[in-house]
Design a protein. Structure first.
Length: 244
């Protein structure tokens, strides 16, 4: 279900934020709005700060979600291309091969990380401007084995591979566009603070800073080479963005 679009200037840049009502997504939407972008949020609930919302039903399967977002975004834009597509949907699940919930967790992680990344990648092929920007979220931990969080590591490693595939010639991605992946260690989200109250928050990446960094990449001021994977290394409250 889509909320009614609001009027915007023809010159105003347009960002689509998939996962726009989540912990990071809310901050990303706010950062784009602060920079005078028009924003479409996609999630399972509305973000009132966005100019328009595409609200997905939990009952939709993967293909139905993708086709719903494509159809409703096309209705909003009336064929106009967007400047940036940002996927910040995701989640976490622990457990090794002995975990009774392994199958369930793999299914969940595929849905939250892989499927959302494929949907936004597919959108970029038809909705993104020729020099547009696509961002996906991987994980620093998924650069190596993740025996204590099998499902999470599997899904995030697939996102890293997807970034490389999108950036390669013949992928269908806009020829002058930029795709990149960010690899957080731990994001300073309300949910992470709830479940890890005794952790060292100074080593967690602040959402506000990261959100404005994403906007900077989207605007081209700090754009990186297409296909890049960028580690988010936060120490003592300071974050460095390190290309692999």
């Amino acid at each position: 279900m889509a909320s009614a679009p609001s009027a915007s200037s023809p010159a105003q840049k347009h960002a689509v934020v998939y996962g726009g009502s989540g912990g990071l997504g809310v901050q990303v939407v706010n950062a784009f709005k602060a920079r005078n972008w028009s924003v479409t949020a996609v999630d399972f609930r509305e973000n009132p700060a966005a100019d328009r919302n595409i609200v997905l039903d939990f009952s939709l399967v993967f293909e139905e979600k993708g086709k719903t977002v494509d159809k409703e975004l096309r209705a909003f834009t009336e064929g106009a291309k967007v400047d940036a597509i940002i996927n910040v949907a995701g989640g976490w699940a622990g457990g090794n091969l002995l975990d009774d919930d392994l199958y369930k967790n793999v299914t969940l992680m595929i849905s939250q990380s892989i499927n959302s990344s494929v949907i936004t990648a597919k959108l970029s092929a038809t909705h993104l401007k020729e020099d547009g920007f696509l961002l996906l979220v991987g994980a620093d931990a998924a650069k190596a084995g993740t025996p204590g969080m099998m499902a999470y590591g599997l899904a995030k490693a697939a996102v890293h591979q997807l970034v490389a595939s999108i950036a390669a010639p013949g992928s269908g991605f806009p020829a002058q566009g930029t795709v990149m992946g960010i690899l957080p260690v731990t994001l300073d989200t309300p949910m992470n603070r709830k479940f890890m109250p005794d952790a060292d928050f100074s080593s967690w990446t602040p959402l506000n800073e990261l959100s404005y960094k994403i906007v900077g990449w989207a605007e081209g001021a700090e754009r990186v080479e297409s296909g890049s994977l960028i580690r988010l290394v936060t120490e003592g409250g300071n974050t460095n963005y390190v290309k692999l």
